[in-house]
Design a protein around this ligand. Structure first.
Ligand code: UDP
Ligand code: MG
Length: 344
């Protein structure tokens, strides 16, 4: 029994100073890595000194199949810096997948995880605020950009247009939030239940639904190297976001079909009247009527098929249908078993 007591206090202690993992996906980032590791080590040690996070906290660099010296740098850093860990993916799987790989690894060791980019464009000065919100009981803390002064006009306009458009399509995304966020272990466990292959983490995390808050920060410029998100990748990312979270485009086709069908009836009347008034070339009425009516009916049919495709699509994704946030009252065994396991 005394052993149990001791274990209990130990886990409680761990709760008070949480183990924090910083997860950093890296793709061809040899130019920024040494400096990034230096700055993050500074911040992490400061957090430890302030007693905000446990000394077991780490930085986890995920090499997303880079073709330059990224992995060599991560390996050598991890040799000389006790806070640096590395994870190497066999192929370049893209930012979202690299991030997920890092998060899923970190959740086995950490109480909370913050994801950030290797180029430190997202202000690391707000790291303590993330941890504080976590200690206040938030499971997810979103980093939200207060302005986009440093982005080019084009990037700013397209990105903001994208967030608005997602909102119009009924997708719940946090405005001006990229992937700079803190997640608790519980939130990461929930995330691991989303099995979809087309990953759009910004859309999934709000679906998890635990208590969340946000921290605002200024976005800086990349201090070295160039963006690993060229226009082509950005567009395909945006498309992924839309098609993974909304079946509204399918509904729009249906509605368009109805609209064209109705219009075609008006057109039909007009064509018939013109025909009977004798002011038409022979054959025109038949062609015009069939083009419009058939066009409308076809769109409508595609829309109906789309309706079913949309249903198949959401079934295939098999997302969890609900998540219990809190329980009150006396629920014995399973919870206790788990606690005992965690303590052991
Ligand atoms: N990244 C990655 N795999 C990729 C592309 C990018 O892991 O295929 C990482 C990259 O190393 C960086 C982060 O994703 O840490 C964000 O990329 P970047 O800063 O180039 O994007 P931007 O800030 O220009 O949108
Ligand atoms: Mg960047």
């Amino acid at each position: 029994m005394p052993v149990m007591e001791k274990e209990k206090t130990e886990t409680k202690g761990a709760e008070e100073t949480p183990i924090l993992y910083l997860v950093i996906p890296c793709y061809n980032e040899e130019e920024v890595l040494p400096e990034t590791a230096r700055q993050l080590t500074e911040r992490l040690s400061a957090l430890m000194e302030q007693g905000l996070v446990s000394a077991k906290s780490r930085m986890l660099f995920v090499d997303d199949g880079s073709r330059d010296k990224t992995w060599e740098i991560i390996s050598s850093l991890s040799g000389e810096n006790p806070y640096v860990c590395g994870l190497k993916l066999a192929h370049n799987r893209g930012h979202q997948n690299a991030l997920l790989a890092g998060l899923m690894e970190a959740k086995n060791h950490a109480d909370c995880v913050i994801s950030l980019d290797a180029d430190l464009q997202d202000d690391i000065g707000v790291l303590p605020q993330f941890v504080e919100k976590f200690r206040e009981g938030c499971d997810v803390v979103y980093g939200v950009r207060s302005s986009r002064k440093t982005d080019s006009f084009f990037k700013r306009a397209t990105a903001q247009g994208f967030y608005r458009f997602m909102g119009l399509l009924g997708v719940d995304v946090v405005y001006n939030h990229a992937d700079y966020r803190l997640m608790s272990r519980r939130a990461l466990d929930a995330l691991s239940e989303y099995k979809e292959v087309n990953l759009f983490l910004r859309g999934i995390v709000p679906l998890i639904g635990y208590r969340s808050d946000y921290v605002t920060y200024e976005r800086h410029e990349r201090f070295a190297g160039e963006s690993k998100y060229p226009l082509k990748k950005m567009l395909s990312f945006a498309l992924d976001g839309i098609t993974s979270f909304s079946v509204k485009p399918l509904k729009i086709i249906s509605n368009l079909g109805i609209l064209v069908s109705v219009l075609s009836i008006a057109g039909l009347l007009y064509a018939l009247i013109s025909y009977f008034c004798g002011s038409t070339v022979e054959g025109w009425t038949a062609i015009v009527c069939s083009i419009w009516l058939l066009g409308g009916i076809q769109l409508l049919c595609i829309g109906v098929v789309g309706g079913y495709v949309g249903k198949i699509y959401s079934e295939v994704k098999a997302r969890p249908r609900f998540r219990v946030e809190e329980k009150k009252g006396d629920f014995p065994e399973p919870e206790e078993e788990r606690d005992a396991k965690n303590a052991g």
